[in-house]
Design a protein around this ligand. Structure first.
Ligand SMILES: Nc1ncnc2c1ncn2[C@@H]1O[C@H](COP(=O)(O)OP(=O)(O)OP(=O)(O)O)[C@@H](O)[C@H]1O
Ligand SMILES: [Mg+2]
Length: 255
């Protein structure tokens, strides 16, 4: 059974078809890319999968379970995490608290435990803190735990957002343009980091990215969207030589 399965998914916004009859499946531990020109519908796909939008039509199943109508939090608890095209961190909370707050679905204590600060509460909080610090350490940003995201350079904010996503123990990680805003040497670092995450955490990764170098070197399969329609699906080599893809990107200069 595929980890993620989408069948005939469409999304309309008023008269606009942002996504049309989208079909896709991703296996456990697979790394796949999603590319296409601006406004093609890529982020819409991620918003549908992660429960930010409910599809106008079609089926979405994560790990065999219908996720339509579930809140983003419930979907996170099932094992799906994401990062955002525009970084979404709590800027007035420490980096550590940004990770801590993402764990609330597995606190394992009740409100009265929290109010009375029972041993169960303290033990659960300690476990969560240890886990978050551990992820920060793995991501090489342990020393940023007490910093506020707004004071960090952009590249580090992206890393914190990745750490937060990983801290929820996902089986599938959605990355929406992880290389956006990074300079060339940071992009090479990101490619190494994503490859390492994929191997270390043994998870599936589905990535939207405009920088061809990133998706072409990381993903074995790529899907191309244009005006909400799937234009092509194949290996990086097939995609690079596909006339429909070249047409979709004509004048875009990124291929
Ligand atoms: N909540 C919304 N309400 C109305 N229209 C929307 C909404 N979200 C997306 N759209 C529209 O749907 C289309 C696809 O948008 P989407 O953000 O998915 O594109 P994208 O491929 O991620 O583009 P980019 O590469 O610029 O990030 C666009 O025309 C966009 O304006
Ligand atoms: Mg987008």
């Amino acid at each position: 059974m595929a980890l993620l399965e989408m069948n005939g998914v469409s999304q309309r916004f008023g008269g606009l078809h942002a996504l049309l009859d989208f079909n896709f499946s991703l296996e456990e531990r697979e790394m796949v890319g999603l590319i296409g020109p601006n406004g093609a519908g890529k982020t819409t796909v991620f918003n549908l999968v992660s429960g930010f939008y409910t599809p106008s039509e079609g089926d979405i199943a994560f790990d065999g379970r219908d996720t339509r109508g579930l809140t983003p939090h419930r979907i996170t608890a099932l094992g799906l995490a994401r990062t955002f095209q525009n970084i979404r961190l709590w800027n007035d909370m420490s980096v550590l608290d940004n990770l801590r707050i993402a764990q609330y679905h597995r606190r394992g204590y009740r409100l009265h435990d929290a109010l009375l600060r029972t041993r169960r509460y303290r033990a659960a909080e300690k476990r969560i803190e240890d886990k978050c610090r551990n992820i920060l350490g793995m991501m090489d940003i342990a020393e940023l735990a007490e910093e506020f995201p707004k004071n960090l350079p952009y590249g580090l904010q992206r890393r914190v957002e990745l750490a937060r996503a990983l801290s929820t123990d996902p089986r599938l990680l959605l990355l929406d343009e992880p290389a956006a805003g990074l300079n060339t040497s940071d992009v090479d670092g990101l490619i190494r980091l994503v490859r390492w995450i994929h191997e270390e955490f043994k998870i599936g990764i589905w990535m939207i990215e405009h920088q061809m170098k990133v998706v072409m070197s990381l993903c074995r399969r790529l899907m191309v969207l244009d005006f909400g329609r799937t234009v092509a699906f194949g290996t990086p080599e097939e995609i690079r030589n596909n006339p429909d893809v070249i047409r979709a990107y004509l004048g875009d200069g990124t291929l």
